[in-house]
Design a protein around this ligand. Structure first.
Ligand SMILES: [Zn+2]
Ligand SMILES: [Zn+2]
Length: 182
């Protein structure tokens, strides 16, 4: 199998952190994890329970260019892993193999995601990720627009109104030019 980043370099069998068998490119240090190897490794989780999470400290080096699956040559899809973190995994939708760029596997282990890789590619995970990113972006906009003091007051009022049994009447009062005029 050839490296999907370096293209002409062959991948070599290796063992990653947490005893994960994989195929590594010695040039870009990316790793290919075949789906069957990952599933077999998952089944044997108990054997890895003693391993240390703090092992990885090197920062991941994401390669954003599109890649072809080293196993079946299909274009892989890029998936973001966590909200507001620039880390993407490439996955082949045909053979379900996963490509990690340099240090990405170590990052997954350090964040205790090594046994949840299949979850990262699911619709619920990706939807929640996008919702959280939208929330963070809007919070930033509100904070800039209202300022810290007003925004904090506004949030408090919003929560109070949101669950108040007389919400409609309270809102009418607040919006009235003069609530004491018939
Ligand atoms: Zn490479
Ligand atoms: Zn494939």
């Amino acid at each position: 199998m050839k490296c999907p980043v370096c293209k002409d370099n062959l991948l070599q069998a290796t063992v990653l952190d947490w005893e994960m068998p994989a195929y590594k490119c010695d040039r870009c240090e990316g790793v290919w994890i075949p789906a069957n190897d990952y599933l077999a490794w998952l089944k044997d989780q108990g054997a890895h329970a003693h391993l240390d999470h703090a092992a990885a400290t090197a920062s991941p080096m994401d390669v954003p260019s599109p890649k072809f699956c080293p196993n079946c040559s299909k274009v892989m899809r890029r998936f973001k892993v966590l909200p507001n973190v620039d880390l993407y995994l490439d996955r082949c939708s045909q053979c379900n193999g996963v490509w990690c760029d340099q240090n990405e596997w170590g990052w997954l282990v350090a964040n205790n995601l090594q046994d949840k890789i299949n979850l990262l590619f699911t619709q619920p995970w990706q939807t929640r990720l996008r919702e959280q990113e939208t929330k963070t972006a809007l919070e930033k906009v509100y904070l800039e627009r209202f300022g810290e003091v007003d925004y904090s007051k506004l949030k408090e009022i919003w929560i109070w109104l949101r669950f108040h049994p007389q919400r409609g009447m309270l809102l009418a009062y607040l919006q009235a030019e003069n609530p004491y005029k018939m």
